[in-house]
Design a protein around this ligand. Structure first.
Ligand SMILES: [Zn+2]
Length: 726
């Protein structure tokens, strides 16, 4: 997409409206992709219209639903919000409408910000307690909308699931919005699908017109706590909300005098040309605005990793040194020790029997061989170790940090214990100190967190969050951890997630070069809040080629591929074609090898070395910044699937092609995207499955690229270079 002309425009005017005269302020925010109109009405602030560039506007009938009451000392106080024109601000990139309540004294700030001259616009609401006593607030949604649509208009919704423990058979959902349609998608850091709970979504959804324009809007939530997005259609109305999850309710949150409650920030973007066009702008915005700029400046990001979990908990000093040698020989760039290195859960010091010379010596060996060093830690888990520095659940001070008392006979699992609530300030202080210590003591270049970093519910009554409902609280145990179901769950996650972000912001400030991997039993924490506070995600906890490609297919709609980590585990590879298929299924984004490379045959070793070289020399450049197109149906392991990267700046592209287990279909044709129809392209088949040739752009776009692969479960990489001249 070309963006040669970008204009910012702001307008404000005031008018007296007859007998019920009140000031009216309207404003406009414009960037390359969207125009938004706002109105500070007496009934509350409103996003009046959202217009994808050059397309018809979506007209919003609803003012923002501001909370209408607060509780103080058991009294239920209705709120009357009045627009505060003086405190409000209309700037080129930011619209701030302020509303005030006189009794109790509250200030509400309703804000929209475009942090770039393209892409989505961020929206948040802050409520400050200006009174002298504690108040309790009900749930304030981040955003409410009610679009006026033609009753006949055909609309489609797209949303994607988290890769979770394992990607489901569907994963990417494209749904037609029939009259009466009702949908709610939820996200948290915990999900137990299969235990009666629905699959969680990456907190984002897109709505588009099913006409040629394929234009529409999308919303995403920059928060890792319990959030939800709802959407419904009733005739001429498409309405819904985005923000904290109101269920289980009733939600309430404490607001001390002088304190501020802030809704999770949402981003709202507009697009035309379908979901991949929306994604190409969103992913660029995430790279350039939302995520850590320093990370993208590292030339070898995303880093090629060798991880020790191929040997499970069996990692020790001898194996570590052997893996480091082989990683360097193979051209890998980071050695990553997974679980199994520590004295015990909560006791994050190297096991002296396994690592008699400590972990820093391992890190130093990695560094001397030109590798980075990464470490897995489940740093919010307490257990029973009593060594100095261990987080001991029986310590009277620590007991109150746990989300619930330990049941009689409780024992930790090998790498999970009881979760502490880092939303409780003393627990947060300990965790902040501990993660800094881990990075300093063990010379880390990367810290991976796993397990339950963010508490799911908490039974404590003396933490900052709302207390649990004594009549209706359930405590569950699984995998050595507890979780608590009560009406306070969303508020617990609100405080705990803010603490998590603070801890990682502080860690980053102290260690600007550190990389942070987000893992929560695999892909349970893939959201836009953790994207803003860490560098890459484990996108699923199942690592075979199909699961890796499925999780990548879903997640790459909404996040930069460089941030999407696939672990590549051992898989049957009788032929070298199957071996490359296994590797490449995990090489479309961030690649972590998780198998014993020393067990590879000489042929496999040589093939892997070539693949890693190719990744560094050619593929990584596309993964970092190229546009991405979903050019096939979602992978099913049987049929063919493919992903296209296209870089209009470099006039280059690459198509990852996978043939599934099908015996019937030795060739397949993919319609390509993002190319110039009047251009000519040099095609290069990396494995020489076909002769290299020059093809017209129009042919690739309209007839397609045909690939022939004689072997089931094999792959090809087809590079495209646009030729000069016609
Ligand atoms: Zn708590």
């Amino acid at each position: 997409m070309q963006r040669h002309f970008i204009r910012w425009c702001v307008a404000a005017w005031f008018s007296a409206a007859g007998a019920i005269a009140s000031c009216q302020t309207t404003a406009e925010l414009r960037n390359a992709d969207v125009v938004m109109h706002f109105d500070a009405g007496a009934g509350g602030p409103r996003l009046v219209a959202l217009q994808p560039s050059g397309q018809a506007a979506w007209k919003n009938r609803a003012a923002e639903a501001l909370i209408d009451s607060a509780d103080s000392n058991g009294a239920h106080l209705p709120l009357q919000w009045k627009f505060d024109e003086k405190a409000s601000r209309i700037e080129a990139r930011r619209i701030v409408f302020v509303y005030g309540s006189e009794s109790p004294r509250l200030r509400l700030t309703w804000e929209w910000t475009s942090r770039a001259d393209y892409g989505p616009v961020e929206h948040r609401i802050r409520i400050e307690n200006l009174d002298s006593h504690e108040l309790w607030l009900p749930l304030q949604d981040s955003w409410r909308f009610d679009w006026q649509v033609d009753a006949q208009a055909e609309l489609e919704q797209l949303y994607v699931e988290k890769g979770d423990g394992s990607p489901s058979a569907e994963g990417t959902h494209e749904v037609s919005l029939a009259n009466g349609y009702k949908w709610t998608g939820t996200s948290s850091t915990y999900a137990h699908p299969g235990q009666g709970e629905p699959r969680e979504i990456i907190p984002w959804c897109l709505l588009e017109s099913a006409d040629n324009s394929r234009s529409g809007w999308y919303v995403g939530i920059e928060f890792s706590g319990r959030t939800s997005i709802s959407l419904a259609r009733d005739g001429e109305s498409v309405h819904g909300t985005a923000g904290l999850n109101p269920s289980p309710g009733p939600f309430r949150t404490r607001l001390e005098p002088g304190a501020t409650f802030e809704t999770p920030t949402v981003f709202v973007g507009a697009f035309s040309g379908g979901a991949d066009a929306a994604g190409n702008v969103l992913r660029r915005w995430e790279r350039e605005v939302l995520t850590n700029r320093l990370t993208w400046q590292k030339p070898n990001y995303p880093v090629l990793v060798n991880n020790s979990w191929g040997s499970g908990m069996g990692i020790d000093e001898a194996l570590a040194h052997r893996m480091i040698r082989d990683s360097a020989e193979l051209g890998l760039e980071m050695f990553h020790i997974d679980a199994g290195w520590f004295r015990g859960v909560g006791d994050w010091y190297p096991n002296p029997e396994k690592f008699p010379h400590g972990l820093a010596a391992i890190a130093d060996d990695a560094h001397q061989r030109g590798l980075k060093f990464g470490l897995w830690v489940d740093w919010t888990q307490a257990a029973f170790d009593t060594e100095p520095g261990a987080l001991n659940a029986r310590d009277p001070q620590v007991e109150n940090w746990l989300v619930a008392d330990l049941p009689p006979g409780w024992k930790p699992e090998p790498f999970k214990g009881q979760t502490i609530d880092i939303g409780y300030p003393p627990a947060k202080d300990w965790a902040q100190h501990e993660v800094n210590r881990l990075v300093d003591d063990y010379h880390l270049d990367m810290l991976e967190h796993d397990g339950y970093v963010v508490a799911q519910g908490c039974s404590r009554t003396n933490h900052p969050h709302a207390p649990p409902d004594p009549e209706n609280t359930k405590i569950y145990q699984d995998w050595g951890a507890s979780w608590v179901e009560s009406s306070n769950m969303t508020d617990v996650s609100y405080h705990s997630v803010r603490a998590y972000y603070d801890i990682y912001s502080n860690l980053r400030k102290n260690h600007p070069d550190l990389l942070l991997e987000v893992c929560n039993d695999g892909g349970r924490m893939v959201d836009f809040g953790s994207a803003a506070h860490a560098d890459y995600f484990s996108i699923t906890d199942t690592y075979d080629p199909l699961s890796n490609r499925r999780a990548f297919y879903d997640t790459s709609y909404v996040l930069p591929p460089a941030m999407l980590e696939s672990y590549v585990e051992k898989w049957p590879t009788p032929r070298i074609e199957n071996f490359r298929y296994m590797l490449r299924s995990g090489m479309m984004g961030w690649t972590t090898i998780m198998l014993d490379t020393t067990a590879w045959s000489a042929e496999q070793h040589a093939a892997a070395k070539q693949e890693f070289q190719l990744y560094k020399n050619e593929l990584r450049g596309f993964i970092r910044t190229a546009d991405l197109y979903h050019i096939s149906e979602r992978p099913d392991g049987v049929h063919w699937d493919g992903t296209e990267y296209s870089d209009p700046q470099r006039k280059r592209g690459v198509v990852y092609v996978f043939r599934g287990s099908t015996e019937k279909e030795p060739r397949h044709t993919f319609l390509l995207r993002g190319l110039r129809s009047d251009g000519r392209y040099q095609l290069r088949f990396h494995d020489h499955s076909s002769a290299d040739r020059v093809v017209a752009g129009r042919e690739l776009l309209e007839t397609g690229l045909t690939v022939y692969l004689p072997v089931s479960n094999s792959s090809e990489l087809v590079f495209l270079d646009e030729l000069q001249g016609r």
